[in-house]
Design a protein around this ligand. Structure first.
Ligand code: A5P
Length: 240
């Protein structure tokens, strides 16, 4: 018995840590259905990468139920603190991905364009999401039809993760690029100042009139920029 149980200080009505989401989940019923389909693919002994965002959060819960009902031993590589917490809450073992390649990963997306390019990073986890994509043998993008766009950047700004000491430089340089309409520092809610990512960096949300093949490279060439939410060149299966 741990000390919390001995003292009975946690109310029984309290939702367990890791199973709280920060707001309403849009299209929840559809995302639940997609999550169940993804979880059905898990096999015993696999190492699975878990993206971030509400779709990934629901998929982790479905995976936890699947692992329990079918007695699967699965290791999960999480891409954010909240997804690691969700894994622990449902009894999934978390590991880092350094030892070997990841069998497959799942993740949501903010936008998917007709060329198969993704826009990601609304939740701020773009860096680890990209690392997990690169380290995975197969990628499942769980994106309901509401995520399809004709023009990447139509509904969301492009998140750009930047070393804080290079912030002003990156901000100025981004404004020099042809397709950049505006650049905003992403501010925290529940903390003064900017959002700080899991890697200790800050985010600039860059609204763009157009995203062509050169834009990603041009943004990445700016000193202090670590990664962008434009995910192009990945081969993936879309679950929708
Ligand atoms: C997290 O940083 C994002 O890349 C998410 O994967 C993306 O925002 C999708 O989120 P939802 O699943 O909540 O729509």
């Amino acid at each position: 018995m741990n000390s919390a149980q001995e003292k009975s200080i946690i109310p029984a009505s309290q939702e367990p840590l890791g199973l709280q989401w920060s707001g309403e989940i849009s299209n929840r019923a559809t995302k639940e259905e997609l999550a169940t389909r993804v979880a059905a693919r898990a096999k015993d002994g696999e190492v699975i990468g878990a993206g971030s965002g509400s779709t990934a959060f629901l998929t982790v819960q479905a995976l936890g139920r699947r692992a329990e009902s079918d007695a699967l031993t699965i290791s999960v590589v999480p891409t954010s603190i909240e997804i690691a917490m969700a894994c622990r809450a449902v009894g999934l073992t978390t590991v880092n991905g350094l030892a070997k390649r990841i069998d497959w990963c799942f993740d949501g997306a903010d936008e998917v364009d007709p060329q198969g390019r993704l826009l990601k990073g609304r939740g701020g986890a773009l860096y680890r999401e990209r690392v997990v994509f690169e380290a995975s043998n197969n990628i499942l993008v769980v994106a309901d039809d509401s995520k399809s766009v004709e023009r990447l950047g139509e509904n969301f700004a492009v998140p750009v993760e930047v070393e804080a000491q290079w912030l002003e430089h990156a901000y100025n340089e981004l404004y020099q690029l042809d397709h950049v309409a505006s650049v905003k520092l992403r501010m925290a809610v529940g903390k003064d100042g900017p959002v700080i990512t899991e890697s200790g960096r800050v985010l600039l949300d860059v609204s763009m009139t157009l995203i062509d093949d050169d834009d990603e490279a041009q943004i990445l060439a700016i000193a202090g920029v670590c990664c962008t939410g434009i995910f192009s060149g990945f081969t993936f299966e879309r679950i929708s």
